[in-house]
Write a protein that binds this ligand. Structure first.
Ligand code: NAD
Ligand code: DAU
Length: 380
């Protein structure tokens, strides 16, 4: 089947991996990357596929309703994979309006444009059933406690609903049924956009699907996020600003595994359904930071651990969620998805990529980046 798919935010971190996967895997599809190119969007992330005949880049804002409407008609779009968003929690604390505009109003603009184009055709373009796939986050569920009913010190072994055992920092997980309880302006805006997507299914019958994923890591992530920021700082022997005590827990997934899940769910996920995506891979920030220091040191030929003294405890993030942990057993059980990489392998690959691509890092950290960095960490 031929398809015409708009990927929003395709020049960002996860979006670029999704675009690359779709362009290479489906030469018969037309893949249109719609991106505003904010500070987080970078066409250098897609250099290797930019000349492929089935790929087109369109520089546009998802809030620009007329432009989106015209593009859907012009390209006879039957699928939208929506990743465009403001994505960084610390920025949302400083500037919540931008997050409401892009994440809420931008999503609504896309939904309404898709409805206007698809509904009169019976939610089909030619013979192809339409689909609006919204990429969300585990942060909408709020935060989990680090508790164990038997009083064992975490991390302890626990059994997910898949039946598999793994290490965890608490006995509860985010499932698809967990109630929404966002704490940051970022997660509040993402939660709101999720509600709009579901409302468009329930009210108009739009064929939607929503996924909520845990923290991603890997190549092409903007160095305001923990892993690329710290790799770059260790390389240049700059302080590593650890929020609070470094005890917060995140559940990490290699970005290409997320992209594979998105491909699978776009094609095979049930209409109106929700899938949680995560690798059962919980880490305390401070433990990841130690792994990063050891790995960077080793790969740069420094004595392993030589840079531990860069660790600098700073004032905590306001409203800092304690623990995220995704239960992805539904996706594993129903669609047969599994993460392909062990965390140790993924981190080694990631650190190597950033060290080998210093030109990419220098490019994205030139311009306004230094100003942002100083402003963000001032007084912490
Ligand atoms: P990112 O910040 O790296 O990229 C966002 C992209 O969206 C950029 O290319 C940017 O230019 C584009 N964009 C921003 N505003 C836009 C607008 N108004 N119009 C058009 N394009 C715009 O983000 P990411 O980390 O790749 O996250 C992508 C999506 O996945 C987001 O929706 C995010 O909420 C979600 N998500 C991210 C993670 C994670 O760990 N990074 C985990 C779960 C879910
Ligand atoms: O859980 C999914 C979410 O993961 C996504 O929805 C977000 O878009 C993405 O940014 C990410 O959010 P986090 O806030 O968890 O990611 P971040 O890399 O900003 O921070 C990870 C942890 O590290 C968090 O507990 C805060 C801490 N941290 C972060 C930075 C940038 C520090 O201690 N110091 C830092 O300088």
């Amino acid at each position: 089947m031929k398809r015409s798919i708009v990927v929003t935010g395709g020049a960002g971190f996860i979006g670029s991996h999704v675009v690359r996967l779709l362009v290479n895997k489906y030469p018969e599809y037309r893949i249109i990357n719609l991106d505003k190119l904010t500070y987080a969007g970078n066409l250098a992330n897609l250099k290797d596929i930019e000349d492929k005949p089935n790929y087109r880049f369109v520089k546009a804002d998802i809030c620009d309703f007329e432009t989106v409407c015209a593009l859907l008609q012009e390209e006879k779009v039957d699928g939208i994979i929506h990743l465009a968003a403001e994505s960084h929690v610390d920025r949302s604390i400083k500037d919540p309006f931008t997050f409401a505009r892009t994440n809420v109003m931008g999503t609504l603009s896309l939904l309404q444009a898709a409805k206007l184009y698809w509904e009169p055709q019976g939610w089909k373009v030619g013979d192809v059933p339409c689909r609006f796939y919204h990429i969300s986050t585990d942060e909408v569920y709020g935060a989990l406690q680090m508790t164990d009913p038997e009083g064992i010190e975490p991390p302890f072994t626990t059994k997910a609903s898949s039946g598999k055992h793994h290490l965890a920092y608490g006995s509860e997980f985010f499932t698809e049924g967990t109630k929404y309880q966002p704490h940051s302006p970022y997660s509040a805006a993402k939660a709101s956009s999720d509600h709009f997507v579901r409302a468009f299914h329930d009210t108009y019958g739009m064929p939607t699907v929503v996924t909520n994923c845990s923290n991603n890591y890997g190549p092409y992530q903007f160095p305001e996020k923990l892993i690329p920021l710290f790799i770059n700082n260790i390389r240049h022997r700059k302080p590593l600003p650890v929020y609070g005590k470094g005890e917060n827990v995140r559940d990490w997934l290699y970005v290409e595994d997320h992209a594979r899940a998105i491909d699978l769910i776009f094609h095979e996920g049930k209409v109106a359904d929700t899938y949680n995506i995560g690798g059962f891979n919980e880490w305390k920030n401070i433990d990841i930071i130690r792994v990063l220091i050891n790995t960077v040191d080793r790969l740069l030929g420094r004595p392993e651990g030589a840079d531990m003294d860069l660790i600098t405890y700073v004032t905590d993030r306001a409203g800092h969620d304690l623990r995220y942990a995704i239960d992805s057993s539904k996706l594993q059980r129903e669609l047969g998805w599994e993460p392909s990489l062990q965390f140790e392998e993924g981190i080694e690959k990631t650190v190597r990529w950033y060290l080998d691509n210093q030109a990419w890092m220098d490019n994205v950290t030139s311009g306004d980046y230094q100003k942002y960095y100083e402003e963000m960490y001032k007084g912490r």
